[in-house]
Ligand binder design. Structure first.
Ligand SMILES: NC(=O)c1ccc[n+]([C@@H]2O[C@H](COP(=O)([O-])OP(=O)(O)OC[C@H]3O[C@@H](n4cnc5c(N)ncnc54)[C@H](OP(=O)(O)O)[C@@H]3O)[C@@H](O)[C@H]2O)c1
Length: 382
């Protein structure tokens, strides 16, 4: 029996690479539902190519246009449409590749139904880590990380017993501005920030990589995925992006996960788990790679990594506020309304204006998210 898969955020960078994994699966993976935000034309093309008859668009206007253009299947609309795609589609696995906190609802819907979740949308765990984990525990659904570092950690930790792991190490490429001074960062453009040296990704995560916020979000993600305290999670800059993560063990051994940077590797791992499948990436040739280098992250020049770690340690609504302020600031930077160095400043000021509260429910997270977006927007407009 094929594994029945829904891909949310199918028109994005991860979504399109996941389609490639499905196409190469030789029928082991069957696509039963796909979604996008508003790019209804690309989504319809994908539905037709993969014979999918249920699609969802978060944007109601886009859903209406898709409904007019396509009568061969069902078009679901709005956030509730995304939820219905997951909960009423009789699927075995959902890949959440939506960008931003907008992905939390789909994570909750998936885990709430007891459906296994391949999670690229790290913001779900950053915003609602504790509640998301409680939900997964309550229903018995698995969370399979798709982020390359966390996929590496998942594989490295699989063979280790309780109490043997001292430390997790996430690698970071350093982004396009590695080695820049604060002065050099003052007038960098969106185009420069989008040009990631080793990974080809969507716009938001590319900017997060340039500010090092992406690595900060990943530290919080690792804390929730693997239940490891923050003081045992480190970041090391490794510009070649060959080593994705390492674990240090109590007996002095350190294990690493290596491979050329290609997101189809962690996507295939999550979609086929626990089986392994062939992915068309070259075998690692260490001689041609030559040298693997490492350096500490520059948290003075790139304060977002420090801000994220602090928010994670503060807990409660702090990571949710951090994430929302970051989304607003990144959006403003991409639209030319905020300087690159203003991103961290907006986040820090938003966090200082909104002290962390205890999280009681998903509703309290939605309220914190809305407050942070309002405050961050006001700071940018001031
Ligand atoms: N790209 C990577 O290599 C990579 C690696 C590791 C982790 N991730 C994580 O994976 C997630 C997706 O990243 P990406 O680079 O693939 O992003 P992306 O290229 O920007 O794609 C985002 C997807 O989400 C959809 N979307 C946007 N806003 C939405 C909303 N409000 N509701 C529902 N769907 C919405 C988009 O639809 P439209 O096309 O209609 O806008 C698109 O399908 C992020 O959380 C990112 O951090 C990405």
């Amino acid at each position: 029996m094929p594994r029945r898969v829904v891909i949310l955020g199918c028109t994005g960078s991860i979504g399109r690479q996941a389609l490639d994994v499905v196409q190469r699966s030789g029928g082991e993976l069957e696509l039963v539902g796909i979604s996008a935000g508003r790019d209804w034309q690309q989504l319809l093309e994908q539905a037709q190519q993969f014979g999918v008859d249920r699609i969802a668009l978060a944007d109601p206007d886009a859903a209406a246009r898709a409904s007019e253009a396509w009568t061969a299947g069902t078009v679901l609309s709005g956030p509730e449409g995304l939820v219905a795609l997951v909960t009423e589609g009789d699927c075995d696995l959902v890949l959440n590749a939506i960008v931003g906190a907008a992905g939390l609802l789909a994570t909750v819907a998936t885990l709430g139904e007891g459906i296994d979740l391949a999670l690229a949308n790290k913001e779900s765990l950053v915003v609602g880590g504790e509640l998301v984990n409680q939900l997964a525990e309550a229903t018995g659904a698995q969370i399979l990380p798709v982020d390359s570092e966390h996929s590496a950690l998942h594989q490295l930790l699989a063979g280790e017993g309780a109490g043997t792991v001292d430390r997790l190490l996430l690698t970071a490429s350093g982004g396009p501005f590695r080695g820049h001074t604060a002065q050099q960062l003052a007038d960098v453009s969106a185009e420069q920030a989008l040009a990631h040296p080793t990974w080809s990704m969507g716009g938001k995560i590319s900017i997060d990589s340039a500010t090092l916020m992406n690595k900060g979000l990943e530290v919080i993600e690792a804390h929730h995925l693997f239940g490891v305290p923050y003081e045992q999670i480190d970041v090391v800059v490794h510009p070649q992006s060959i080593i994705h993560a390492l674990i240090q063990l109590c007996d002095g051994a350190t294990l690493a996960h290596l491979g050329y940077p290609d997101m189809r590797v962690p996507i295939a791992y999550a979609l086929h788990h626990p089986a392994r499948t062939e992915v068309p990436v070259p075998a690692l040739d260490l001689v041609s790679v030559g040298a693997l280098t490492f350096e500490p992250p520059d948290v003075e020049t790139f304060p977002c990594l420090r801000l994220a770690r602090e928010a994670g340690i503060a807990g409660g609504t702090a990571p949710c506020i951090l994430n929302a302020a970051n989304e607003v600031a990144v959006h403003a930077f991409l639209e030319g309304r905020l300087q690159f160095i203003g991103i961290a400043a907006v986040i820090e000021q938003t966090l200082s204006k909104l002290p962390a509260q205890t999280v009681h429910s998903f509703e309290s997270l939605l309220a914190a998210d809305a407050d942070a977006r309002r405050v961050a927007s006001e700071l940018i407009e001031a």
